[in-house]
Design a protein around this ligand. Structure first.
Ligand SMILES: [Zn+2]
Length: 136
C-alpha cells in the first residue's frame, strides 16, 4: 500500500536552500490518495532479478526489495522523497553500470559491484541485520 506519495506531484529539484515547488500540474489529484503499488521484477546484474514497486498511475519506482531479505526490507528510492536533501547515501554500489552524467564526489565509499556489509555498515546496522536474518 502506498499512501500519499509526495513524488506523485511534479516538482523541480530541491535542496536545503531551495525547497521543492510544484513545477507543473499535479499528477495525482489529492495527497492522501491510497493506491496499491504494482510489483514488477526487472533484470539485475546478479541474474536473480530485482523486485520493484511502482505507482500504477505514473510508473514511478518507489521502493525495491533488498536482495536476500525477502519482503522484510524495502529500499526507498531517495528521489521519491519530498525532502530528499535530508537523507544522504551511505555508499554507492554497482557504479560500473552508472550513467556517465551521474558524477560521484567521493564523499562516501563507492563500489563497482556490491560490497561486504561487515566492512561498510555501521555497527548498529549490522546488529539490526543480525536480528532480521533470523526472521527471513
Ligand atoms: Zn504515481
Amino acid at each position: 500500500m502506498v499512501i500519499g506519495l509526495p513524488s506523485t506531484i511534479a516538482k523541480i529539484p530541491a535542496s536545503i536552500n531551495s525547497p521543492a515547488k510544484p513545477a507543473g500540474p499535479t499528477l495525482v489529484p489529492t495527497i492522501g490518495h491510497i493506491v496499491d503499488p504494482e510489483l514488477v521484477t526487472v533484470p539485475s546484474e546478479s541474474g536473480k532479478g530485482q523486485d520493484l514497486a511502482r505507482c500504477p498511475t505514473c510508473g514511478v519506482f518507489v521502493w525495491s526489495l533488498y536482495g536476500g531479505a525477502g519482503s522484510l526490507v524495502k529500499c526507498v528510492k531517495a528521489g521519491t522523497l519530498d525532502q530528499a536533501w535530508k537523507v544522504q547515501p551511505d555508499v554507492h554500489i554497482y557504479t560500473r553500470s552508472k550513467r556517465s552524467f551521474f558524477v560521484l564526489d567521493g564523499s562516501v565509499p563507492e563500489f563497482e559491484e556490491y560490497y561486504k556489509r561487515e566492512v561498510v555498515w555501521r555497527e548498529d546496522s549490522l546488529k539490526r541485520w543480525e536480528k532480521l536474518i533470523h526472521a527471513i
